[in-house]
Design a protein around this ligand. Sequence first.
Ligand code: AMP
Length: 222
Amino acid sequence: MEKKLNLLILLCLSVVSNAQDFDFFYFVQQWPGSYCDTKQSCCYPTTGKPPSDFGIHGLWPNYKDGSYPSNCDPSNSYDQSKISDLISKMQENWATLACPSNSGSTFWSHEWDKHGTCSESVLDQHSYFGTALNLKSKLDLLQILQSAGINPDGSLYSLSTIRSTISNAIGYTPWIQCNVDEQGNSQLYQVYVCVDNSGSNLIECPVFPNGKCGSSIEFPSF
Ligand code: AMP
């Protein structure tokens, strides 16, 4: 009888932990110029103006059907003391632009609590942030675009050229997300690539997010 009960408990636990599982990650990089030139505007972090480069927005566990888990483990909330060796790299590559100005910990804790806790079966907090930083260092989007003559100079570029330039360079199809500047022009905001559920390898995206860009989009300066 007791054995049967144990088995039942085990089964229930595995259902609960499977519910937290996920199929792949979106790794999302953001062009800071396109965050800042909008109606909402932006605030530089207390550590100063971020580099004129794509910054990390997040590493997001996702399901193949397009939905995603969030806030999976309130008992494992953000603890900056676990990533003290990564902070200077985070300031450089994962800059907050939200107002009011802060060091970045508000953004990082949001990302860990909402998304990171949903992949804790694979990546603990240190490896979650470390994996994202590592992906960023391997995916130098600005260099890829600039070497094809696509520069953050406020001019318009063809969306399909941006997409094929990135896809030829990395071997996988990215998803380009646009937003609009204060005048309502469609612009290059975020670039999504997909990563397998170990966090180590790029994959073709099982599903793309929603959204729409113009056929030619602005690449604003920062
Ligand atoms: P998420 O909840 O991870 O899907 O991200 C969306 C949230 O992140 C929104 O509240 C955005 O305003 C915020 N966000 C996006 N980019 C940045 C940034 N560079 N700095 C601070 N917050 C940001």
